[in-house]
Design a protein around this ligand. Structure first.
Ligand code: NDP
Length: 481
């Protein structure tokens, strides 16, 4: 806690590291195909701890042959077992997986923080509990599909490709609804964060899930391409960059494959002059610095009403000065490591462009560790709508601040983006919240809060943020016919 009114002055905290002895990281990992770990035919690659650059393990890189083997296993399991099983029986497996995740939550949280760089506070209190909740939630749907309104038949084999920002959470968003509806899956985790997906494979074994219902193929973009292009895949579900999403849409065009795409964002977080300012400042901080800003729905554009802009910025800077950047396994840490050297380079480049284009850059004084990938919490003022930092997804702890005078101007600026994933509104007036929510072209609009996730709420975008919804009843639509 800090009592200082001056930026940069905080009390020192004693270190409070979470022990990593609970996780057992193997020297090397194979692919999970047909219920077993098998060797891949391709090369191996290394996964590193982004906070230390320590090599954690060697991971098999699945080639076309391995992907084919995984798709065949998924097809067999679909034809022979999973699509024929009553929903009430499928539900039992999902409930079992949900319970095992809850039982092994500390192990999953520590492993996620080590492989991804996110603070243990977030993996422990946000990611893993929502992962378990997601399996519980969709277990409940498995025997009630006829009431969902999207048909009762599964699609078949789902190819699922996920990014590195929420490795286990994105896995849950993909696998839980697919399995509940009777589909089988082949999932590719991101190259830099494969470890929790491989631990999830062990959980599938522990839950006695029939072999082939879940298959995990690790690898890089080439593995993803082979999976998307495989002729026996019925459904492609992708979360990641808009660029790769477009490439996937091109690959499946003209085929019968169904597709859902959850892509990038550049969300506006809009603060009106009647908002409770301290609460809004917490929401701004949570909106952009949660998970190092590696969040597709991050509130990366702050739109603040001109009459309160000075006050908001003053309090925001003071609050940013209390954020602790460092060891992801320390329970006091607010901002962990940037996930990879490539992502760090991208954040640096776009921030440099922001300065070069004339925006004013500010970060609190903060000491960064000497090893690993780090970036301080940063904000830019004097930003115009034409600046690249106001238009492109930076995917890091970087906030662009713009101002507005009227609600109409706020809406116009918020919607002036190729994306449409999320938005936030901070105001005292319920009627204004409802009006704004109607006018903002964003799949999710948070009111007086930000980055709240719940398995019962649908999530997804408009425009270049993709199509299809994940979560809630709507999340079943992409897996039923
Ligand atoms: P990508 O879109 O490349 O990665 C997402 C997933 O797709 C990964 O599993 C990746 O594998 C895989 N992939 C890569 N190329 C292909 C392909 N041609 N066909 C099929 N699958 C593929 O994102 P990056 O990790 O490269 O991040 C780049 C930028 O994208 C970030 O800076 C950020 O702006 C944005 N991004 C947005 C996300 C979001 O949720 N909106 C999530 C992640 C990134 P591999 O990991 O091996 O590359």
């Amino acid at each position: 806690m800090t009592t200082s009114a001056e930026p940069g002055v905080t009390f020192d905290y004693a270190p409070a590291p979470e022990s990593r002895s609970i996780v057992d990281i193997k020297a090397s990992y194979g692919l999970f195909v047909d219920g077993e770990f098998v060797d891949g035919h391709g090369k191996a690659f290394k996964t590193v701890n982004p906070a230390t650059e320590e090599v954690l393990a060697e991971i098999a890189e699945a080639d076309d042959h391995d992907v084919d083997r995984a798709v065949k296993a998924a097809r067999r399991a679909y034809d022979r077992v999973w699509s024929k099983m009553p929903g009430s029986e499928r539900a039992k497996y999902l409930y079992r997986i949900a319970r095992i995740i809850a039982e092994r939550s500390r192990e999953l949280a520590v492993l996620e923080s080590i492989d991804n760089g996110k603070p243990i506070r977030e993996s422990r209190d946000v990611d893993v509990p929502i992962v378990s909740a997601h399996f519980f939630y969709y277990a409940g749907w498995a025997d009630k599909l006829k009431y969902a309104g999207f048909g009762e038949q599964p699609l078949g084999v789902a190819a699922q490709i996920i990014p590195w920002n929420f490795p286990l959470l994105m896995l849950a968003w993909k696998i839980a609804p697919a399995l509940a509806c009777g589909n089988t899956v082949v999932l590719k985790p991101a190259e830099t964060t494969p470890l929790t997906a491989l631990l999830f494979a062990e959980i599938c074994q522990q839950a006695d899930l029939p072999p082939g219902v879940v298959n995990i193929v690790t690898g890089a973009g080439g593995t993803g391409q082979a999976l998307v292009g495989h002729s026996d895949v019925d459904k492609v579900a992708f979360t990641g960059s808009t660029e790769v999403g477009k490439a996937i849409a091109r690959t499946v065009a003209g085929t019968t494959k169904r597709v859902t795409l959850e892509l990038g964002g550049k969300a506006a977080n809009i603060v009106f002059d009647d908002a409770p300012i301290d609460q809004a400042v917490e929401g701004i901080v949570n909106g952009i610095f949660f998970n190092q800003g590696h969040v597709c729905c991050a509130g990366s554009r702050l739109l603040v009403q001109e009459s309160v802009a000075e006050d908001v910025l003053h309090r925001l800077k003071r609050r940013m000065s209390t954020l602790r950047v460092g060891d992801p396994l320390d329970k006091n840490t607010d901002i962990g490591a940037i996930n990879s050297a490539e992502q760090l380079a991208r954040i640096r480049e776009l921030s440099d462009v922001g300065e070069a284009e004339g925006a004013a850059r500010w970060s609190p004084a903060c000491e960064l560790p000497s090893h690993g990938y780090w970036f301080p919490p940063t904000l830019f003022t004097d930003v115009t709508q034409a600046h690249r930092i106001a238009r492109e997804e930076i995917f890091g702890p970087v906030l662009s601040v713009l101002t507005f005078r009227t609600p109409a101007e706020a809406v116009a600026k918020a919607n002036n983006t190729p994306y449409g994933l999320s938005a936030g509104v901070w105001t005292d007036k319920g009627s204004r919240i409802l009006k704004m929510a109607n006018e903002l072209r964003a799949g999710v609009v948070w009111a007086n809060t930000f980055n709240k996730f719940d398995p019962t709420s649908p999530f997804g975008g408009y425009k270049e943020s993709g199509y299809g919804r994940e979560g809630g009843r709507h999340g079943l639509e992409g897996y039923l016919r």
